[in-house]
Design a binder for this molecule. Structure first.
Ligand SMILES: [Zn+2]
Length: 161
């Protein structure tokens, strides 16, 4: 693992203990967590990131279909679908990638590779930009309103078709 650690000192110590943290083991560029206009917390690039680069790995506890159904009933959850049977619950052992907000015009996409969820850049990202990904919620689950602010916002985090 390359030692591209997020240099913690000043941001981390000045933040309140409630500020979520990034696990530097799964972050491949300098990133930070800060309050977001989109929703609660967000992840921000602390350096320019080129296109098609691995930015973060999404980690979490592996849950089977039954466990996923139970945990999915919570209002706020961090479940990422790996395949038709497994999800990763980012609220347990999450790398920090679970704080990346949804946007209908995102700058990241998820690449599922050998059971790992890798967040890749779709386009170059500038220092200071918030990282976003399209959650692709199913059209058949209750709609979640979206306030991402993108010109192409579809109004819900759910897919329309
Ligand atoms: Zn939107």
């Amino acid at each position: 693992m390359p030692s591209k650690k997020v240099k913690a000192p000043e941001p981390v110590e000045k933040q309140s203990p409630a500020t979520p943290q990034i696990n530097p083991k799964y972050a491949f560029f300098k990133l930070k967590i800060a309050p977001s206009e989109i929703h609660r917390w967000g992840l921000y690039a602390m350096e320019d990131i080129p296109r098609r680069r691995k930015v973060m790995e999404y980690t979490g506890e592996r849950c089977n279909r039954k466990e996923t159904r139970i945990r999915g009933e919570a209002d706020l959850n961090y479940l990422f679908t790996l395949n038709s049977y497994w999800t990763l619950d980012g609220s347990v052992g999450g790398s920090g990638a679970e704080y990346i907000n949804h946007c209908c015009d995102p700058n990241l996409y998820a690449w599922v590779f050998k059971g790992h969820i890798l967040y890749m850049t779709m386009r170059p990202i500038k220092k200071g930009e918030e990282l976003t990904i399209d959650y692709h919620f199913d059209k058949d689950v209750p709609p979640v309103p979206c306030s991402c602010g993108a010109k192409t916002c579809r109004g819900t985090i759910n897919l329309l078709e």
